[in-house]
Design a protein around this ligand. Structure first.
Ligand code: BG6
Length: 500
């Protein structure tokens, strides 16, 4: 990573003491600064509603980032004192944005006419419109250098709201200034999908309906809703994970090769994938909500028992779907998407299941039917991939076994994997939009999921620490199952009642 050109930068963070800023942004910014990857004349202006002065805010940053501070010692305090500032702003503006503009100009001093500016919206989605409007009205969408707007997910909550938010954003900001974040795109293993597919002809030649039977994409988490009930309960798994992270992964797995490895070429191909997705039938969707259970050996409460969650909530913490990319390459190949909180393991993976040989020669050599050859791409943890195939067990009688060729990032490249937020922040500074979500992708994706969000699908309770409701198994053809890592497998039971 190299230090970007030396022009001054004002980095403004809305929601400066929120969960995201504390967990991800400030640590990433400090590490990038300490590593010399940010312009030398770079200042960070935290903005939120709480009245503080600069010093009061720095104390808060030090307290909230105690771990980072413990690691970095005095360097952290020095960085805070020299580079971190604060401005209190009421969300509803009034004259607030003009004052913010003045404050920014003061901080930039004589360099104000040429300084670059970055506005990062790390706030709940309901605050996006007022901030974008406020910035625009105060003329903060332009500066003597470049001005960029970074918006967190979810961008909108359905098709109409996403369209309205895009329209408002474009009233002030050109699309080339807008960086919509989906942090999965910053993960090394997600970026590697394009290299894996288009840098290795062996896989690409098999990557179609003639050779692939189905694809499973799973993002399973062991964590529950934690302290985020206020956000999560109004959102649920479809909006929180499926419309964005899982659909982005699906786009990368299913897209055609881009003409060049350039932002617009890659993004054009990704949009075509979501555009090709056939409308999703309600019977191809299974929603669930975690009940009590044990995760990692510990008793955990049900979702409805978590702090801040209404006791009668029907918000889904699990979603499994069968979707079809209705184009020439993928006709008839089901893509199974699945995500859930409080699952048995933290596991994000893509499983590409290849077709069985046309003639079964070896069935009698095995008591169990042979599983399809599979390519399992593990996005996290234990990043890497495994290619599963059959071998003959030495000796007689003839017996076949499933073996794997394995690649692990940690073995090939020891050391810390770059953090997704560090990667994405550097890309914003470089002005490269390849890893960001374009307006048309967002709208096309919402168009697909909005009808599901409006229909009242049953929500099945599942025990925390498992793999979701058994109903999710029924999305797959009889005899097939989800490719769960580890020994936990469902026994197909009678199903679970709807949570009503
Ligand atoms: C966020 C979701 O976008 O991604 C969270 O809002 C989820 O609910 C998180 O826990 C998962 O990200 P990661 O990087 O931990 O897999």
């Amino acid at each position: 990573m190299s230090r970007p050109a030396g022009q001054a930068l004002t980095f403004v963070i809305f929601g400066a003491t929120g969960d995201l800023a504390v967990q991800k942004l400030w640590p990433a910014l400090f590490r990038l600064s300490a590593g010399g990857h940010l312009p030398p004349d770079c200042r960070f202006l935290g903005v939120s509603r709480t009245p503080h002065g600069d010093e009061g805010f720095r104390l808060q940053v030090r307290r909230l980032l105690a771990q980072e501070r413990a690691r970095a010692g005095e360097d952290f305090d020095r960085w805070c004192d020299q580079c971190v500032f604060y401005h209190a702003l009421s969300a509803n503006g009034g004259d607030g944005y003009n004052h913010l503009a003045q404050r920014i100009a003061e901080l930039e001093g004589e360099g104000s006419s040429s300084s670059n500016r970055l506005f990062y919206l790390a706030v709940p989605p309901r605050s996006f419109p007022a901030i974008i409007e406020g910035l625009g009205r105060a003329g903060l969408h332009q500066s003597g250098g470049w001005t960029r707007l970074v918006v967190e997910k979810p961008f909108g909550e359905d098709l109409d709201s996403a369209r309205a938010l895009n329209a408002l954003t474009h009233r002030y900001f050109d699309e080339s200034q807008v960086f919509r974040i989906d942090h999965y795109l910053g993960k090394e293993t997600v970026q590697n999908l394009l290299v894996f597919r288009f840098g290795n002809a062996i896989f690409e030649s098999l990557w179609n309906r003639s050779h692939i039977e189905s694809v499973q994409i799973t993002v399973a988490e062991t964590v529950g809703v934690g302290s985020r009930a206020g956000y999560y309960d109004g959102v649920g798994a479809l909006r929180d994970m499926v419309q964005n992270h899982l659909s982005q992964i699906l786009s990368l797995v299913a897209m055609e090769p881009p003409v060049h490895f350039e932002a617009e070429d890659v993004r054009n191909e990704k949009v075509k994938v979501v555009h090709s997705l056939a409308p999703i039938r309600p019977e191809d969707v299974v929603l669930g909500q975690y009940g009590r259970g044990r995760v990692g050996g510990e008793e955990v409460p049900a979702y409805r028992e978590e702090g801040g969650v209404p006791r009668d909530s029907r918000t889904a913490t699990f979603a499994a779907l069968k979707v079809y990319v209705a184009n020439w390459r993928w006709h008839g190949v089901p893509f199974y998407l699945r995500t859930g909180k409080r699952m048995a393991q933290r596991q994000s993976q893509i499983v590409v299941l290849f077709r069985q040989p046309p003639v079964t020669l070896f069935e009698s050599a095995n008591r169990n039917p042979l599983r399809s050859n599979a390519l399992v791409i593990t996005l996290q943890p234990d990043e890497g991939f495994d290619l599963h195939f059959h071998v003959k067990v030495p000796g007689t009688p003839l017996r076949l076994e499933d073996e794997q060729l394995a690649f692990r990032y940690a073995e090939a490249f020891p050391g810390r994997m770059p953090d997704a937020y560090e990667t994405l922040l550097l890309e914003v500074l470089r002005g490269d939009q390849s890893l960001f979500v374009r307006a048309d992708w967002i709208e096309t994706s919402w168009k697909l999921y909005t009808p599901l969000l409006r229909s009242s699908l049953p929500v099945h309770e599942y025990a925390a620490g498992g793999w979701g409701p058994p109903e999710a198994e029924r999305l797959l053809p009889a005899g097939d199952s989800w490719w769960n890592a580890g020994p936990v497998r469902h026994e197909l039971g009678a199903g679970t009642p709807d949570l009503r």
